[in-house]
Ligand binder design. Structure first.
Ligand code: FE
Length: 468
């Protein structure tokens, strides 16, 4: 088994084993019989007294309908709530990757954590071009990659992107940013070799990596294509959502018409069956009765929106929106909104200019998202945070980066220097999607604590549990 300092990993493995046995309705005796364990030993595993080892996990995956990974907890590599990667460590991870036999990029790792899906790299452009032609033969394209990519530009960098066979070039400057969709080919070059030209390529998988990818890999290509929902302007997105729920519930247009009071012809329009006339998007009152009729929430029928153009959302620094926090009269930070897309409402990219000399309680930043930060510019910044009742501070130098857990409050200050440090923040959602958050919010009393660390059988051996 992978090791980890402390016994947190062992305790989380113990809880997963108990949770899995509960799900399969196995008490200790049954579990011991299934897993070939000596009588009385299952409780040792589920209490953490004995480590859950590979042999036990392999055996469980053989005899129970579950996967090895279902019994494997994740590692906590951020026990203080915030972990730092120093610029020096980043530099020591430097490697040059060649394209067409010549060095094209220098890569350096920045702060990553096993808790979040970030794979953020500092990347220097080694190829210099003299024009903004997307078909310049000096440009070496990649094949695109799975991870979403938020990119922050520093210096004269050309950004190339390809969508549906057409190539584009956007000349970028310091402060510009872009958000791009998975698997779209792209490239970067420098327009000058006399000034720094690099990017922060903050890639992340979000909910695309992990369970969904593994499930679809088993279901196969045809199923994966069938499960893809369109995100398009107009009625086709609503039609796809409606058809999907109707299929799930085996509801016919006639039955939905009867449930909603809408005309069958209108149902056929809304579901895109009537190709003559798509009928426009549903009016609000129709959404309400459709949701009622299908027993879902209105939000489940509403497709997301995307502002991407040719697969990317570009935000130039010159027309980015800026504001002050907590207010303009006594500002602690000046915030600037960077590239993003409504398709990912739980991703926020911000540039933070730190104005306050000392940490201020009215300028605490706290969010449900995972946070990545990188110190831009040439000024150090002091970061303060709170975790498990303890306060921490670190002085971060330019080029240092950090990962911050969700719900950990963070403050920034200049540490007394007259200059204003600048921090890049990229906040993303993890596996705890809104669906999971609503589930947490509706669990029966005591449920949340048992969900994260199940330590008991789902019933009392002694008989009915009468505790209040
Ligand atoms: Fe990339």
């Amino acid at each position: 088994m992978p090791s980890e300092a402390g016994d947190g990993f062992r305790r989380r493995a113990a809880a997963l084993l108990r949770s899995a046995a509960n799900d399969l309705k196995r008490d200790d005796d049954n579990a011991e019989r299934d897993l070939g364990l000596e009588p009385g030993s299952f409780a040792d595993y589920t209490s953490g007294r004995r480590p859950v080892d590979w042999g036990l996990i392999r055996r469980a995956a053989e005899v129970w309908p579950l996967n090895e990974r279902d019994l494997l907890p994740v590692h906590d590599d951020c026990p203080r709530g915030l972990s730092v990667m120093r610029a020096k460590e980043s530099r020591s991870s430097s490697r040059v990757l060649a394209r067409g036999g010549e060095g094209y990029y220098e890569y350096r790792d920045t702060a990553m954590s096993r808790i979040a899906s970030y794979r953020p790299e500092w990347i220097r452009m080694l190829r210099v071009v003299g024009d903004n032609d997307p078909d310049n033969p000096l440009v070496q394209w990649n094949r695109g990659h799975l991870l979403y990519q938020f990119t922050y530009f520093v210096g004269p960098v050309n950004y190339y992107y390809r969508w549906q066979g057409r190539s584009y070039c956007a000349p970028m400057e310091t402060g510009d940013s872009v958000w791009g969709l998975p698997f779209a080919p792209h490239s970067f070059t420098a327009r000058s070799d006399s000034e720094p030209a690099y990017i922060l390529a903050l890639t992340y998988g979000g909910s695309l990596v992990g369970d969904a990818q593994r499930e679809l890999a088993v279901l196969g290509r045809q199923a994966a294509h069938g499960l893809a929902l369109p995100v398009a302007d107009g009625p086709s997105s609503l039609a796809a959502a409606l058809r999907s729920f109707m299929a799930a519930q085996a509801v016919t247009p006639a039955e939905l018409a009867a449930r909603t009071g809408l005309a069958s012809a209108r149902i056929r329009q809304l579901t895109g069956e009537d190709t003559e006339d798509t009928g426009g998007s549903a009016v609000e009152s129709e959404l309400g009765v459709l949701a009622q009729g299908l027993g879902v929430s209105v939000r489940d029928l509403l497709p997301p929106r995307s502002g991407t153009h040719h697969g990317v959302a570009i935000q130039h620094g010159r027309d980015a929106r800026s504001w002050f926090l907590p207010d303009e009269d006594t500002p602690a930070y000046r915030l600037t909104r960077l590239a993003g897309d409504p398709l990912h409402p739980h991703t926020s990219a911000l540039q933070v200019d730190v104005l306050t000399p000392a940490a201020r309680s009215d300028a605490q930043l706290v969010t449900y998202q995972h946070q990545y930060l990188y110190v831009l510019g040439d000024q150090p910044v002091e970061v303060g945070w709170e975790h498990s009742g303890e306060r921490g501070t670190e002085l971060l130098e330019p080029g240092d980066s950090a990962y911050v857990e969700p719900q950990v409050p963070v403050t920034f200050s200049t540490g007394g220097g007259g200059q204003h440090p600048r921090v890049l923040l990229l906040r993303i959602a993890g596996a705890v999607t809104p669906e999971v958050r609503y589930a947490l919010g509706t669990m029966a009393e005591g449920g949340i604590n048992r969900y994260i660390a199940e330590d008991q059988l789902w019933y009392s051996k002694e008989g009915s549990d009468r505790r209040a």
